[in-house]
Design a protein around this ligand. Sequence first.
Ligand code: PLP
Length: 397
Amino acid sequence: MQEELVKKATQYLANTYTRFPIVVTKGEGCWLWDVNGRRYLDFLAGIAVCNLGHAHQNVVEALTAQAKKLFHVSNLFYMEPQIKAAQMLVEHSFGDKVFFCNSGAEANEAAIKLARRYSWDRHGEGRHEIIAMDNSFHGRTINTLAATGQKKFGVGFEPLTGGFVHVPFNDLAAVESAITERTCAVMLELVQAEGGVYVADKEYVTGLRELTKEKDILLILDEVQTGIGRTGAFFAYEHFGITPDVMSLAKALGNGFPVGAMVATDAVMSAFVPGTHASTFGGNPLASAAVLATLNTLIDDSVIKNCADSGKYLCKGLLALKKRFPFIADVRGLGLIWGVELSIDADATAKEFLEEGVILNCTKGTTLRLVPPLIVKKEEIDIFLDIANRIFERKKG
Ligand SMILES: *Cc1c(COP(=O)(O)O)cnc(C)c1O
């Protein structure tokens, strides 16, 4: 049955992903089941999306209740769940106002548009350039591809949109020398996730904040992957003792329900007025119900504390593995986003994990990325470490 479905998928689906050869039918907590009933330990969580684990009761109940009342009316109306979701985000972040959309790329598009419009309001034309980082990832739309600092994603899609300048990550002097009278914003991920899990240095981030303030340039943080508890703080910027002007969110915001958001300070968000930006679906009642249930659970059930604790435990285990196996070149991360850099074939290694019943993925070609649900327990991390040990032992030969 599984093979037949995979064959059918090849016939009917656009060939945009190299997929794992299993058909997933059910999830619960940190576990997934395929169509044959085989169980897998999920250390990918739908690519850092299902932070509360699969089928979390609070989210299921909130969505079910909302679905019976109202799916969608458009943003030509006020909706209680949307207002409450925005209030919740504001009360737990630096931001004053929220724009809802449907994905990470779209949240970044909104951030890019807002930065340009804000600058245009204050300084007039010509101040539209955004400094972004090498090795970054901001999405797959034409604009966010242009912002992305990895050439391979843009190949064959040229011309990409202009107005982006790239500099090396973690290099404050490079940003400083790239600033011109055309610069309106600096945009970055505090942990370059798709790029192989590289964490920004604290002095770099505080330096960027000072520099951008001094030059009246906006600081945009792409927290699409790092937000909503992933790093052991509600938002990654909390680790760095700074606040940005603009932040994009998506992935874990609805625990799997597709929803994105762009959060900004009052002063900056005031550049958006009716007619400047919009989204038909953005923050519709169903999406907002998912956001509310996700954020409430994250806060009430001390999920972020579990993330920090489990993250430390996982880190310790990974460092022990690194000591034993010389082909583990590096272990990098924060909270529950970890990269294990391998000098052996990481893609093939990820496949071996799947064969042993563990789901994780390979990013940047050489890094195993671990982003389990934030509710992961020590016993589940032990299962993962046991299997990792067994696979690496085999590799050692
Ligand atoms: C996943 C991701 C995006 C793109 O999000 P989509 O929902 O796939 O459009 C953008 N930025 C970062 C940092 C991401 O991890």
